[in-house]
Design a protein. Sequence first.
Length: 211
Amino acid sequence: MARYIGPSCRQCRREGTKLFLKGTRCLTEKCAVERRGYAPGQHGQTTGRHRKASEYAKQLREKQKVKRMYGLTESQFRNTFDRVSREAGVKGTNLLIALESRLDNIVYRMGFAASRKAARQLVRHGHIQIRGERVDIPSYRVVPGQEVRLAPESREIPAVKMAREGAARGAPLSWISVDAEKAAGRVLERPTRDAIPINAQEQLIVELYSK
């Protein structure tokens, strides 16, 4: 499957905002958006007259932000949206919940990885178990009651240890419980819009697809 393997910071610069693709680095002075707050490429610093963006162009940019933040391809995003469109409720909220229920995002939210990209790698390399069985599909939809656990031999990975130490200082989520000693967590309930720590970009998902 096609995937982006270029510099993550380039995507943030293109969108003109932090997408938090590199974990804690995005919170330091090393962040590319802070150091070079303009689009990449030879026309990134153009100061000439720009044409006003159309409504379609604005919506396209917001969709690209959502895709890049969750690390989805175009087909993955379209399939997810088509699925939630058939569900009852607000489309934007359902889309946000579907994205948050992905296994790679759950691993990230539980603090086992510093970013969604790192969480996806953990899943793909077989470091994550559900109900005692290895699951290596990042798009796996975790449902309430399921336990997500780090494989015993994976707990000593340096990057995992650093991520877990950093997560221990953060505020826990109401719909997820994490047992730090066992390196395991459980989804307590289906995430709701109010329970998800929405940032500016995630808020756009709800607003853009609720129309």
